[in-house]
Design a protein around this ligand. Structure first.
Ligand code: GLA
Ligand code: ZN
Length: 680
């Protein structure tokens, strides 16, 4: 692990800012833009993201460019010491582009061509759209490449969705040819002898549809391939966007704002292409005790996103400083929640606190979405004052910039696994894969550990404990990595429905968990799936735990049985096993367990593996993470998600960088309080 340079070259501080749409105020620029700069400086804002949805201002009609207003915006930012995160505008196209080139419009899974409107709805394949975007991006790079305000490229906005147009069908077939080589190989990989599906040529292949009555929605092979293809199309769309930027401005980092567990794009693949990753964080804070869970959920999302960026410091590109506008109920953030939300991002590796949006729109869909500057247009608002508090806090924390988590625990979350798992027919309902991973993540944090969230392609080296729940699809090489990891002394935890299918979604023959059978020392013969209320139980270390939904019936081969089911026809068969393999251990949890079991279990096995938690006890509502900076200096982030006072034990005296006070012993945190503790 390492200390990373600041995301913004020459600005070794944490970034504070947000989406800024000055083109919405062109007619009032003399007053509004000036006010904006005064207010931004007052709030300690040092970066603003501009140009995200500006295409119709940058190119009002085809080939007719107008960069004058953006020149003024960039100059104004530079003049005020604010760096620009300058966007490419592909997230929303101007009407003329759709009118002149209908091929840029997306076709949905029902094969209906969508009309102009909304945003994030272009065809990812269309050569015209790709060329237009690349040309626009080139113009931006040529014009602003040397501008003193330019800090980071913000590529498009929240890529999402899929397109089934004829161009995409053609590209899909090309993609399939490249992956499989021959139609025979494709037929074999998809098990197309089933239901008489063997194709004779790639031209016969059509993208899957939903619902199934319209076309193909039951062949798992094509569905998985389509998801991979769509994800790849977004990645190649991204590469097309950055080509001119990298060519003209090789030193300016590129990022794209992602959406945590959004299922449609393998964010590890996309993240690999970015210089730094960024993401948009919209927790459903409640203002009640339930915020402990919101905090746990958000903690996972931060760790997941950091993982997609290979655990480098990242950008929290968006967060709401107050209500959002898209929920069924859009509640206000309670006092203190904005600071808590911002510092939580830092706690998990963000080097920025950014909002959507700086100034509230006057009209249209987002006119009531939270913003730093409200319609009243001045600094006399509660939200503005709270944003100023965040600004002050960030100034005190600039030493945190570039520091990284040095976690010994990795949790595996994998998009390809999720895609395959969704289709597995042992339960028709949601498999709750993300929720399951979040449960393990929360339990690990509850026993005091920071967690990296990686996918199956990442290295396991350097970790002491690796946890891979519901690891149903094994990607090429993953089982071998697990074997080597355990053999060398690592502890690996796996669960029910793991090691069932290979990378093509074909079941492993010869006994589950397939290539993990030897390391786990078990054979998983069957899996029972029951309604949530029909629970079972097991006894582990003197305590009885309830388990539900998934019950795998396993046989201990070389493994030792640690707990057995207490009910049903499989009473007495293993619910939890451990296998010694080389110098390490592999645990197998055969059933879906709740947080209380996972917390106790991880408490035991981490102690056994000789890991030291960040705090000896983590009371309910409190969470703790660590970042390590220059010269090994540590930053311990301790936060209280609850709307009441909370206390935690601190073994060594530490200084809170936010207040300058030294703490030791039982430390009290105010409601929604955060401390950033460092060596005295
Ligand atoms: C997303 C988008 C923003 C804005 C916000 C509103 O994250 O990227 O443009 O619409 O949602 O919450
Ligand atoms: Zn298309």
């Amino acid at each position: 692990m390492a200390q990373y340079p600041s995301i913004m070259k020459g600005m070794p501080v944490l970034l504070h800012g947000g989406d800024y749409n000055p083109e919405q105020w062109l007619k009032d620029r003399e007053t509004i833009w000036k006010e904006d700069m005064v207010l931004a400086r007052q709030a300690g804002i040092n970066t603003l993201s501009v140009g995200i949805f500006s295409w119709s201002h940058l190119e009002p009609s085809e080939g007719l460019y107008d960069f004058a207003w953006l020149n003024d915006v960039m100059d104004m930012l530079a003049h005020n010491g604010i760096k620009a995160i300058l966007a490419t505008p592909s997230g929303a196209r101007p009407p003329w582009l759709a009118q002149t080139y209908p091929e840029v419009l997306r076709v949905n899974h029902l094969r209906q061509k969508q009309l102009y409107g909304g945003r994030h709805n272009h065809c990812m394949t269309s050569p015209v759209y790709r060329a237009k975007v690349a040309h626009m991006n080139e113009q931006l790079a040529l014009r602003y490449g040397n501008h003193p305000a330019l800090g980071v490229w913000h590529i498009s906005n929240e890529y999402s969705g899929e397109c089934h147009c004829p161009l995409c069908q053609q590209a899909f077939r090309q993609w399939l040819k490249a992956r499989y080589g021959s139609i025979e190989a494709l037929n074999d990989a998809w098990w197309n002898q089933f239901w008489a599906h063997r194709y004779q040529s790639f031209d016969q292949i059509e993208s899957p549809t939903a619902p199934a009555w319209l076309g193909e929605n039951e062949n798992h092979g094509i569905k998985l391939a389509w998801k991979r293809f769509t994800s790849d199309q977004h990645c190649s769309f991204y590469r097309n966007e950055i080509e001119p930027l990298k060519r003209i401005t090789p030193d300016i980092p590129c990022t794209h704002n992602m959406m945590s567990t959004y299922p449609g794009i393998d964010y590890y693949a996309l993240g690999n292409q970015m210089d730094r990753i960024s993401w948009d964080n919209y927790p459903h804070w409640t203002g009640t005790e339930a915020d402990a869970e919101v905090c746990a959920d958000t903690a996972f999302r931060h760790d997941l996103m950091r993982g997609t960026g290979n655990n480098k410091p990242f950008l929290m590109m968006e967060s709401s400083p107050s209500a959002v506008n898209w929920d069924s109920l859009n509640s206000l953030r309670r006092p203190g929640a904005i600071l808590l939300q911002g510092l939580q991002a830092l706690a998990h590796g963000s080097d920025t606190v950014q909002y959507f949006q700086f100034r509230k729109s006057r009209g249209s869909y987002e006119k009531f979405h939270g913003a730093v500057v409200d319609h009243v247009g001045n600094h006399h608002t509660r939200v503005f004052q709270e944003v100023c508090e965040v600004g002050k806090a960030l100034e005190k924390l600039s030493a945190v910039t570039g520091s990284t988590a040095e976690n010994q625990i990795a949790l595996i979350y994998d998009w390809e696994n999720r895609w395959a798992l969704e289709d597995a027919r042992f339960a028709s309902e949601e498999k709750n894969y993300p929720e399951t991973i979040i449960n393990h993540h929360a339990a690990l944090m509850k026993v005091g550990y920071g967690v990296d969230v990686n996918d199956q392609t990442k290295s396991l080296e350097g970790y002491r404990l690796v946890v891979a729940p519901m690891c149903y699809l094994l990607r090429q090489g993953f089982a071998q990595k697990v074997q080597a990891f355990v053999r060398q002394g690592g502890t690996f935890v796996m669960t029910y429905v793991s090691g069932y299918v290979d990378e093509e979604d074909l079941c492993f023959l010869g006994g589950f968990p397939g290539p993990l059978r030897e390391v786990a020392g078990i054979w998983a013969e069957e899996v029972d799936v029951l309604p949530a209320k029909q629970t079972n139980s097991f006894l582990y270390q003197g305590k009885t735990y309830t388990c539900q939904e998934y019950f795998e019936l396993t046989h201990a081969e070389s493994a030792t049985v640690l707990a057995t089911y207490q009910q049903d026809f499989y009473a007495g068969s293993p619910a939890l096993t451990v296998n010694t393999y080389g110098k390490g251990l592999c645990y197998h949890i055969a059933t879906r367990t709740d947080r209380s079991f996972l917390t106790d279990f991880y408490g035991h096995i981490t102690a056994q593996a000789g890991l030291t938690p960040l705090l000896s006890t983590v009371p309910d509502g409190i969470s703790v993470t660590k970042r390590v900076g220059e010269g090994g200096r540590t930053f311990l982030f301790v936060m209280n998600a609850l709307p009441c006072e909370n206390r935690f034990p601190l073994e060594q005296a530490r200084v809170d960088l936010l207040t300058g006070k030294t703490h030791a012993g039982m430390v009290s945190l105010p409601p929604r309080g955060v401390m950033v503790l460092s060596e005295p």
